[in-house]
Design a protein around this ligand. Structure first.
Ligand SMILES: *[C@@H]1O[C@H](CO)[C@@H](O)[C@H](O)[C@H]1NC(C)=O
Ligand SMILES: *[C@@H]1O[C@H](CO)[C@@H](O)[C@H](O)[C@H]1NC(C)=O
Length: 214
């Protein structure tokens, strides 16, 4: 009898739960590497992510068209602003941000590609259980393919299509849930205030997330 129950359970999948689209933790920090299919851009980024306040900080080190660069951006989606910060020079420029906030995780209308173990399942600590999802980008801009951990919905990697760069590949690592120094998500005191954006706005090209890496 026990065996029958266990068998029925196994067939019904009560041991392995079906993966569901998920939201990543609202406060996270970590690092990522972004590269583009057209080989123009390769960038290492330390990031802070706050889905509650819709704020992201990016410290970038990379190369574009074989030229190296460093950059430090603070994105405030609610006020549609990007702060272009230089801590060493104590300069800060406030620019318009045209992109909408996209929370990390898997949107509800995505389709499951499969559940896979990254690494190996042969020994403890050798593997990571992940779910791979695909779907359409907002405004039918192309497809995405995203991998998150089964436990915690932590981003592992994402790839998405762009017109200008081909596939953009992002790999996340060393993620930490929570933010130890939230003040890094506020503009430094040498940044301009809200009013000055209005006066600067005319003639400034708006930026979206990807163009900040360039
Ligand atoms: C970058 O450098 C490589 C090797 O030196 C060269 O083959 C390639 O054409 C360069 N790319 C650009 C965009 O300048
Ligand atoms: C940010 O400022 C630096 C100079 O401090 C400049 O080279 C770079 O183009 C600026 N980035 C944007 C997106 O305007």
């Amino acid at each position: 009898m026990r065996l029958v129950v266990a068998l029925a359970c196994f067939i019904a999948g009560c041991l392995a739960q079906k993966p569901h689209p998920c939201k990543s933790p609202p406060l996270m920090g970590g690092a990522l590497v972004l590269s583009t299919q057209n080989e123009k851009l390769l960038v290492y980024v330390r990031y802070l992510y706050d889905a509650i306040g819709q704020r992201i900080r990016l410290w970038e080190q990379g190369s574009y068209d074989n030229k190296t660069f460093t950059a430090d951006y603070l994105l405030h989606y609610r006020e549609s602003a990007v702060y272009n910060i230089s801590d060493s020079k104590k300069t800060c420029e406030k620019l318009p941000l045209k992109a909408d906030f996209q929370p990390l995780g898997i949107p509800p209308d995505a389709s499951l590609v499969g559940q896979v173990v990254l690494g190996s399942s042969s020994g403890p600590g050798q593997g990571l259980l992940t779910n791979i999802w695909t779907g359409d980008l907002p405004e039918k801009a192309g497809k995405f393919l995203s991998t998150v951990t089964e436990f915690g919905c932590i981003p592992v990697s994402t790839a998405y299509q762009t017109k200008e760069y081909g596939w953009v590949q992002i790999t996340f690592f060393n993620n930490i849930v929570g933010i130890s120094d939230p003040s890094l998500l506020n503009p430094p005191n040498f940044c301009p205030h809200a009013e000055s954006l209005q006066s600067q706005r005319a003639g400034v090209k708006p930026h979206d997330f990807l163009s900040l890496f360039l």
